[in-house]
Design a protein around this ligand. Structure first.
Ligand SMILES: Cc1cc2nc3c(=O)[nH]c(=O)nc-3n(C[C@H](O)[C@H](O)[C@H](O)COP(=O)(O)OP(=O)(O)OC[C@H]3O[C@@H](n4cnc5c(N)ncnc54)[C@H](O)[C@@H]3O)c2cc1C
Length: 469
């Protein structure tokens, strides 16, 4: 244990209500686990907080010892920012309270909640908070970076639905940020990630919804580029209630895929319609009929089922690597490049995820929140997903090479929550002309850049030469 970690441990011992876990503690192996096996690390101390006073104590102790803590909610940071080698992790997994105000359609949830905890509590009253698509993702990391999911075309990004944050800032004090209180901080927390402090509570708006129409279809061979062209054109005019997107991957050896098509490149479509289900049937039938689809399925499902159906596809501990970006227009050439890349995909469960943003998310002004560019509707995420370390080079190279080929057709910008750990140079690109304002807020609330284990916005004091456009 380093001297600084020892200093933090002894300053917290005796007064910390939560758990102080060091290597050798029986709970340490499970507590150190984060989602991405590629970036698994062994911290020197995990401080699992039992309440806000614990968070304050550990932030003060880290600051006094001069160490930069990693903050952990769900541990899903693709880049591995919620852990560190030999250092300090502020673990919020005991802070999972959710309270729902049914009448006013509002909820408060703690800084360690997973999406599943928020969904379960809100769905009990027929309400939803628009968030991501895998229930074991941490709500805090997702919301602070922006938050996209099935409902963001209808109700905006997750961060657009936040009305207040309570957080512990670098000097250990507790602040509240809203439209009327610390409003610059409120702006920065909606998209600016974990740069500004440890958020212990989110106050959010909810919307009524308990079931959706969910449809799927598969497209093979020449139908893959054709259906992507149809998607590109159709989504321009489609209602906000529809979210239709694709995963380009290799067809699995599963029952719903005809035997002769298993193992072939596939465009796997999913379409979700929220609210008026009669109207939804017309739209979902239509989009799932384009270009000779195979294995078409459609049903009304509970929202909670929708929110958990992808959980098993992204298990903890596998190796993942991602690169992401936006297209303003989705050209035939880009489609051709993506389809071609499926021929050399090194892992059958890697994928090119394609989503169309637009809708309510795109109607929020670019300067209203720190979240990046909303004007380019096509969001692409190249997600490498494989099992063994000996396959790292092949899988990482496939993602990097494909990204390099597609990059000239993209617009500048990237969603911080879809960034890997080797993309520090893209953080100013993510924020572009919001960069200077973020640096100013950072300088005010975290001048020594205590919270730097993230897609980092340095303070003026700690900044290098990075700048936005
Ligand atoms: C399987 C999977 C599915 C995903 N699906 C979606 C999706 O549908 N939509 C989407 O938008 N994104 C999605 N993502 C990306 C996701 O938003 C990010 O990985 C996000 O960082 C996860 O948050 P977390 O709390 O689990 O992560 P953690 O690893 O715990 O934290 C991530 C970052 O947030 C900071 N942080 C966490 N909690 C706090 C807090 N309370 N206060 C201050 N800072 C904090 C950490 O310092 C770290 O930098 C997905 C990721 C995975 C792995």
């Amino acid at each position: 244990m380093s001297r600084a970690i020892e200093e933090v441990y002894s300053s917290l011992s005796g007064r910390f209500r939560g758990d102080l876990l060091r290597p050798g503690h029986p709970e340490f192996p499970e507590a150190r686990r984060i989602w991405n096996g590629m970036v698994a690390r062994t911290p020197g101390l995990i401080a699992r907080c039992a309440g806000v006073p614990d968070v304050q104590a550990v932030v003060r102790a880290a600051s006094a010892a001069g160490i930069f803590p990693a903050i952990r909610c769900g541990g899903h940071s693709l880049a591995g920012f919620s852990s560190c080698e030999g250092g300090l992790v502020i673990d919020l997994s005991r802070l999972r309270q959710v309270s729902v105000d049914e009448k006013n359609r509002r909820a408060r949830f703690s800084g360690g909640c997973l999406l599943g905890s928020v969904d379960t509590a809100t769905q009990a009253l027929g309400l939803v908070f628009p968030s991501g698509v895998v229930s074991h993702t941490g709500a805090a990391g997702l919301v602070l970076g922006g938050g996209t999911g099935w409902l963001n075309r209808l109700h905006g990004l997750s961060c657009d639905n936040v009305e207040g944050f309570t957080l512990v800032v670098a000097d250990g004090s507790v602040l509240h940020a809203s439209a009327t209180e610390n409003s610059d901080l409120f702006w920065a927390l909606r998209g600016g990630g974990g740069n500004f402090g440890v958020v212990t509570e989110f106050e959010v708006k909810l919307h009524p919804l308990s079931a959706v129409l969910y449809g799927t279809a598969l497209h093979f061979g020449d139908d893959i580029p054709r259906v992507l062209q149809a998607w590109r054109d159709f989504m321009l005019e489609s209602p906000d209630n529809l979210r239709w997107g694709f995963s380009l991957t290799i067809a699995p050896h599963s029952e719903n895929v005809p035997a002769h098509l298993r193992g072939l490149p596939v465009a796997s479509a999913s379409a979700v319609w929220a609210e008026d289900l009669e109207e939804g049937r017309r739209y979902v039938d239509r989009v799932l009929s384009f270009c000779r689809p195979v294995a078409v399925a459609k049903q009304v499902i509970p929202f909670l089922k929708l929110q958990t159906m992808a959980d098993a596809e992204f298990p903890h501990g596998r190796r993942y690597y991602t690169k992401s970006g936006y297209f303003k227009s989705f050209t035939d050439q880009s489609i051709h490049t993506m389809v071609g890349a499926l021929e050399t995909i090194p892992s059958p469960v890697s994928q090119i995820e394609l989503a169309y943003l637009g809708g309510a998310a795109a109607r929020v002004g670019a300067d209203e929140t720190a979240f990046g560019d909303r004007s380019a509707p096509f969001v692409m995420n190249l997600l490498g997903n494989w099992q063994n370390a000996e396959d790292d080079v092949a899988n990482v190279s496939w993602v990097r090479n494909l990204f390099a080929k597609l990059r000239p057709a993209m617009v500048p910008g990237v969603y911080v929550n879809f960034m890997s750990g080797d993309e520090d140079d893209r953080v100013p690109e993510a924020y572009r002309n919001r960069w200077e304002r973020l640096v100013a807020v950072k300088t005010q609330y975290d001048p020594s850049n205590l919270f730097r284990m993230n897609q980092n916005v340095p303070s003026q004091k700690t900044a290098g030469s990075a700048s936005g456009d």
